[in-house]
Design a protein around this ligand. Structure first.
Ligand SMILES: [Zn+2]
Ligand SMILES: [Zn+2]
Length: 348
């Protein structure tokens, strides 16, 4: 048997589960039997053709991956068959200016598993030799499930976000959106030790979850005035930090008005198209507000995230609401698009 099943993306909006050859290994590579690959908002944008950078047609996508090593190609460090592993998908060049500055997530020559290399929506994943050599195959700690292992990737991006947002102990924080990313931010903010977490989210189930994960004030912005709630809870000062975990350009300007002077607004989520919006630049100017972004994560973010999960500071298991075999990818995709679940896992 040298065939496997994989989700083949032919072109935007055209994809199906099909038989593929199991990848052949070259020197320094490993073959992983995929046990879990979660669906990310970015995957949905790729499948719809809204994100095309780095995407090949046809190809296999999926970058939130955990599994078991079933084969090794020659020298692969201390990795061996039977190791339970998570995959750190973003490969950097180690030589460009950004890599030298420790910003490997922004590498000019960045390639990623699930983009330039085939990803995890398949029974088997070939991990390229460079990824093996530079430590992108992470051995899951004992007791960590494959589901948690798959979710380490999005968590590491949130870990990056929390640092870009410059959250400090005892700060106040507003998290906009309580999808999987917002809910990870709530948990990380709690782990940092902030004093107040306000979450804004119209979906009742997600708002309930954010309370369970440690939010102090939960606001449905369709029913309550978010600006008023922030002003009340911060004594009119505004919050120290806002993390935007949804990509709605139209609310950026309103949010700028509820950051305190000298505070930070982090644009974590990607925006549709160019994300064009109007902002009153004088609010940034006079209030000395920092507006920054978050993109992907480094290996260090991933390793630190893994230790937070291992020590119980972040609970990932509770974020997995649905599981589907690979054959039912289209059902999983439809559910993910509707936003009814939180994290949806494909178990090939
Ligand atoms: Zn992702
Ligand atoms: Zn680089």
């Amino acid at each position: 048997m040298n065939r496997m099943k994989g989700l083949v993306l032919e072109k935007p909006n055209t994809f199906e589960v099909r038989e593929l050859p199991i990848p052949e290994l070259e020197q320094g590579e490993v073959l992983v039997r995929v046990k879990g690959c979660s669906i990310c908002g970015t995957d949905i944008r790729i499948l719809e053709g809204k994100k095309t950078r780095g995407i090949r047609y046809p190809s296999v996508i999926g970058h939130e991956i955990a599994g078991v090593i079933v084969k090794t190609g020659g020298t692969v460090g201390d990795l061996k068959e039977g190791d339970r592993v998570g995959i750190i998908p973003v490969l950097s060049c180690h030589t460009c200016r950004y890599c030298l500055e420790g910003m490997e997530n922004l590498c000019q020559n960045r390639k990623a598993i699930g983009y330039e290399f085939d990803g995890g929506f398949a029974e088997y994943l070939r991990v390229p030799a460079d990824a093996v050599r530079y430590g992108h195959v992470f051995k899951l700690p004992d007791g960590m499930s494959f589901e948690e292992g798959a979710l380490l990737e999005p968590l590491s991006c949130c870990f990056n976000g929390i640092q870009k947002a410059k959250l400090r102990v005892s700060d106040t924080c507003l998290i906009v959106g309580a999808g999987p990313i917002g809910l990870m931010h709530v948990q990380l903010a709690r782990a940092v030790g902030v004093s107040k977490i306000i979450v804004s989210e119209p979906n009742t189930m997600r708002l309930e979850l954010s309370k369970r994960f440690g939010a102090d004030f939960c606001v449905d912005p369709t029913k309550e005035n978010l600006i008023e709630v922030v002003n009340q809870t911060t004594g009119g000062l505004g919050v120290d930090t806002i993390i935007m975990a949804i990509g709605v350009p139209g609310i950026v300007n309103d949010l700028l008005k509820v950051v305190r002077k000298g505070g930070t607004l982090n644009l974590f989520a990607g925006f549709p198209d160019a994300g064009t919006c109007t902002v009153e630049a004088n609010v940034i100017h006079y209030n000395e507000v920092t507006v920054n972004g978050t993109s992907s994560s480094t290996r260090l973010d991933y390793l630190k995230s893994a230790s937070l999960v291992a020590q119980g500071s972040v609970r990932l298991q509770e974020l997995v609401t649905h599981r589907f075999p690979l054959e039912q990818f289209k059902e999983a995709y439809a559910l993910a698009k509707e936003g009814r679940g939180i994290k949806i896992l494909i178990e090939p």
